[in-house]
Ligand binder design. Structure first.
Ligand SMILES: Nc1ncnc2c1ncn2[C@@H]1O[C@H](COP(=O)(O)OP(=O)(O)O)[C@@H](O)[C@H]1O
Ligand SMILES: [Mg+2]
Length: 292
């Protein structure tokens, strides 16, 4: 969820329950109000064939190199899978891309012109990078419909969001996304009553409402049933091409269903990269991750 979306949800909750918004934090750890809008042309220059580009990125925490000269790039429309042992730096890499963590050194570009290290976390979200954390962070006291609707009207005052009405293009988009995330039959249900997998889909739907160019998904099928996992694989395959995706997962059968190029991270840098068959046959990958 984006910072301004969390903020909007917190306002709604405050309104709903009749207390002041000032100083309120969302259940999901959302931040304070006070963000401005970033005006961008909405276009990312991908003429060099890359939507995301990291070069020689490093970050240390108390002297420990969590990310160590990491270089990686992703093509527009690509669905990239990232695997690797716990502590490899997968989540930290997403923290760096989304501006949550600043690297000590290195280059991080969105397209060929946007230097992400010059932008704050909320600006990066507005530039079109959506992030899904491992734990679902939907607004449980709101319906599926309201959660999706909320995703469209970020950063408006409480009054204007009460008066907000979807235009026909927006309601078409909402219907289309409901279909994509397989929640058409649950429009009026409270998000809190959905299954774990459905909450994950709803949160993905909320990201999609903002039409992100790049989606970062951290262990999206953890805790899902086999059927939910299979449906999530279908969902990601339909998103590929329209969006670029970076998916961190440990579930190898899920990776097998969706993957093109798989990148193996270990000790904060790329250990191997290729098709799943190629990396699974790599001795170093077997050693550190897959086991014998
Ligand atoms: N904010 C932080 N402060 C200190 N250490 C951190 C912080 N974030 C991550 N780490 C450490 O960096 C390493 C990489 O963590 P992480 O990116 O979460 O790995 P992964 O997601 O691949 O399991 C781990 O050793 C972790 O303990
Ligand atoms: Mg992680």
């Amino acid at each position: 969820m984006t910072p301004d979306l969390m903020e909007e949800g917190a306002k709604r909750l405050a309104l709903h329950e009749g207390y002041d918004f000032d100083g309120l934090q969302t259940e999901s750890g959302g931040r304070e109000a006070g963000y401005g809008r970033l005006s961008t042309s909405g276009e990312v220059d991908v003429t060099h064939g890359r939507i995301l580009y990291l070069e020689d990125v490093s970050v240390s925490f108390d002297g420990f190199k969590a990310i160590n000269k990491l270089s990686l790039d992703i093509a527009p429309g690509e669905l990239r899978c990232i695997i690797g042992p716990n502590g490899a730096g997968k989540t930290t890499m997403m923290d760096i891309i989304t501006g949550k963590t600043r690297p000590d050194s290195g280059t991080v570009f969105f397209g060929s012109t946007i230097d992400l290290l010059r932008h704050k976390e909320f600006e990066i979200a507005q530039l079109g990078i959506g992030r899904k954390f491992q734990k679902p962070t939907v607004f449980e006291h709101l319906s599926v419909f309201e959660n999706l609707e909320l995703a469209l009207k970020t950063n408006k005052g409480v009054k204007s969001s009460m008066l907000f009405k979807l235009d026909s293009e927006q309601s078409d988009r909402l219907s289309e996304i409901l279909h994509t995330i397989n929640l058409e039959d649950s429009v009026t249900r409270l998000a809190g009553n959905l299954s774990h997998g459905q909450k994950q889909w709803l949160e993905i739907g909320m990201l999609l409402m903002q039409d992100p160019k790049l989606l970062l998904l951290d262990e999206p099928v953890a805790g899902m049933t086999d059927e939910e996992t299979a449906r999530t694989a279908e969902l990601f395959l339909t998103l590929k091409g329209k969006h670029s995706l970076m998916v961190v997962e440990h579930d190898m059968s899920f990776i097998r269903t969706i993957s093109e190029i798989v990148t193996v991270l270990c000790d904060g840098s790329v250990l191997a990269q290729g098709t799943l068959d190629e990396v699974q046959a790599d001795e170093r990958v077997i050693e550190v991750y897959l086991g014998r």
